[in-house]
Design a protein around this ligand. Structure first.
Ligand code: MD3
Ligand code: FE
Length: 216
């Protein structure tokens, strides 16, 4: 046994406080993974995954879609939430009940009773895809937490500080892991490192990340 292996965050079932306001619920969504993936298939049949462009003209490497009353979009005009899918001009697909329930239960486990997300962003990473350090600040009320769910391949999450120049901590996120981000963690910089090649029995060559938000 090498003691310093245990200096890293455990990645066994259970919960860990990552920092004040950030609670990791390891494997919290494992039992619902298949229904969550079925629901993702339903949403993305109506609102296909797409790689959006940033205002700076770069194409994001994760493919995204949304469900719920609001969806997050980026294009030449900026970043924002809107109630229609720009690809179809129609409202985003409704948030599946299995999504809504999981988000509410995870938030409640972290002490946020009655969380009622109006937006779920679905990110799909294939090997080579990443997301650079950023803050989530397009939402109206930063007192509302964000709940994230990883399905499929594992990916290293980077958790930084309130300023971009603070060195991030790396945290591997695995299939079924749920994280609740609130309070002083809500505006911290974060991102994910490049997804490594791999294959997962339920998702193939992909990591899905769901983020549940209260946009308005
Ligand atoms: C910490 N997604 O969609 S999830 C995003 O893995 C996003 O797809 C990443 O960052 C992903 O905006 C990270 C973990 C996460 C999500 C939102 C946060 C961490 C957060 C908001 C505030 C602080
Ligand atoms: Fe984010």
């Amino acid at each position: 046994m090498t003691p310093d292996l245990f200096d890293d965050l455990p990645d066994e079932p259970g919960s860990e406080v990552l920092t004040e306001g950030a609670l990791i619920l390891r494997r919290f969504a494992s039992d619902q993974a298949e229904s969550l993936l079925d629901a993702i298939a339903g949403v993305t049949a109506a609102a296909p995954l797409r790689k959006m462009k940033t205002p700076g003209g770069h194409t994001m490497s994760a493919a995204m879609s949304c469900c719920g009353e609001q969806g997050w979009v980026t294009d030449a005009r900026g970043y924002r939430y809107q109630s229609e899918d720009p690809l179809s001009g129609r409202p985003w697909p409704a948030m599946p009940e299995v999504f809504r329930e999981l988000a509410r239960e995870a938030a409640s486990a972290a002490g946020y009773e009655g969380f009622s997300p109006d937006a779920c962003l679905i990110n799909c990473y294939e090997p080579g895809a990443k997301m650079g350090l950023h803050q989530d600040k397009d939402e109206y009320d930063f007192d509302q937490p964000i709940v994230s769910v990883t399905l499929g391949l594992s990916q290293v999450f980077q958790f930084g500080g309130l300023r971009r120049n603070e060195r991030p901590v790396n945290v591997p996120l695995h299939h079924g892991d749920v994280v609740v981000w609130g309070g002083p963690a809500r505006l911290r910089y974060h991102g994910v490192l490049t997804l490594k090649a791999g294959e997962h029995p339920l998702t193939g060559v992909c990591r899905y990340n769901l983020t549940f938000r209260r946009a308005r």
